[in-house]
Structure formats: C-alpha cells, structure tokens
Design a protein around this ligand. Sequence first.
Ligand SMILES: C[S@@+](CC[C@H](N)C(=O)[O-])C[C@H]1O[C@@H](n2cnc3c(N)ncnc32)[C@H](O)[C@@H]1O
Length: 269
Amino acid sequence: MRLLPRSIHADKLESFSNFVFNNAAAVANRGRWGDFFRDQMGKSFDGRIILDVGCFDASFLIGIARKNPRSAFVGLDWKCKPLCDGAETITGMELKNVSLLRARGSDIAHIFGAGELDEVWVFHPELCAEEESHSRLLDARFLHDVHATLRDESSVFAFKTDHRDHFDWMVTRCGQHFVIAMQSNDYWNDSAALADATARLFSGELTKYERRFVKKRRPIYYVEMRKKRRSAMAAAVTTSADMAAAAEGVSSAAEGAVERSAAAEGSAE
Ligand SMILES: C[S@@+](CC[C@H](N)C(=O)[O-])C[C@H]1O[C@@H](n2cnc3c(N)ncnc32)[C@H](O)[C@@H]1O
C-alpha cells in the first residue's frame, strides 16, 4: 500500500485515534472491524458495516449514522482537513458507530478483509488524470476489491455520479462482479429508482456535492449493484482473454471517455 503524503493536519487527525485511522494505521483493523465496533458500541451493534468511499467531511454519513445507531459506518477519504472537521463533529455528538479513515479508496482490500462489509457507497467520485493512475479509484481492480470485501449476495454496492461517462463506465464494467439491481439516468426524478432505494439508509438524503448538482438541475445517475456469486462470476468470464482484460482493466470506450474527462484530484491535503 502506497502511503499518502504527510499532511499539515495529520497531528490533529491523529488526536482522534480512538476512531480515526490515518494512512498506515488504516489497515490496523483489517479482519476485525466487527470486533472494533462491538468494542465501541457494545451489544447494540447489529453487525452491519457500511463504507462510504470519498466521504469528504463525513457530514452525509454522520447524519445517517445518527439515525441508525445500531449499524456501523466507516467514512474514507484521502483529504485530511475535511476528515478533521468530521472527526470533531463525531466527537461533539459522541457517536460510537462511526470510524474515519484517511486512505486511498483503491486500498480498500488492504483495509478490509474478505466479506467484512455489508454495503459500499461511492457517491460522486472524482477520477484522476492518467499520471495519477496509482490513485485512480474506478478501475477493474477496485471493482474486484469491492466485491471481495462485501459479505454476500445481499450486499450492496451503490454508486452515484453526475457524470454520464462515469455512469456508463460503471454500467458497462461492473458485470463481472455485480448484478445491477437498479439503474437510473435521473435518480431524483425517477419514481422507480426512488421507490427501490427506500430500502437503503441513504434514501432521501442528498450528499454535500449532490446538493450542488441538483441545485444546478444536473441529473444524478445511479446504479445499485448486488454482489455476484462465484459460480455466476465464472460464467460471466468466458475466455482467458476476458480474464486477462478484466485483470488489466483494458480500456473500453467508456473508460477512455472517463480518463479524458478526469480531473486530477490528488492534493490529498
Ligand atoms: C466530489 S467529492 C464527493 C464527496 C461526497 N461523496 C459527496 O458526494 O458529497 C469526492 C471526494 O472523494 C475524495 N476522493 C477522490 N478520490 C479518492 C480516492 N482515490 N481515495 C480517497 N478519496 C478520494 C475526495 O477527496 C473528495 O472528498
């Protein structure tokens, strides 16, 4: 795992070390996240763990965690300052069911063991320019790793974006690992998608960035995926060429478009 650059906010972030894990420390609970939250939450913990990748200041996650005190929530972002803000809010609210990680989303498999997560949310990710490819979130390996860290076929991978290209990339590339349960070109104006999402804890909630996009009347694209069974995955991969292509993340037309439109983020401050 490639560490993120040291941030000037790191000391502050590390002062919340009972529930915030910075950089190398993010892997400390791999395989024992259930134990970690049981220790934090006691008997009220229902065993469910939800990860929000690219949580920014975790305000969205904190709102949902407050309303669902029996489930556990992990917010991951590579920016230190917004995570500090989130950590202060969590401390002020005395929430025991939230943990924050400063890490790369692409390191999810270093941070969580196989089957540890019940849901993974990726809402409005930015993609990296090609020179930042080591940090790029959406690629074949990430799909593989999200699949590996999800518990079973009822586990959910939820994705929202205001970028048509990113949506197309997900819809065309997720099939090896996931079954699409719902997709929408305009989530907030799609009664079927909204009705379907009532089962999800994020239903009815706008993320910080989503609020801006909706204000500008930009459609929100949505894909809800379920983890594929191993046997179904084997059937989906028909040839060794398919396997090699999937492993290497060979560019599809959609992926090329994503790469072209990607804006380098990566300041990791
Ligand atoms: C556009 S913001 C969206 C934030 C939030 N999900 C929302 O919808 O309001 C994207 C967030 O993802 C984070 N991010 C982007 N790429 C990342 C990566 N590879 N690993 C971790 N965080 C990442 C950024 O730091 C930023 O906070």
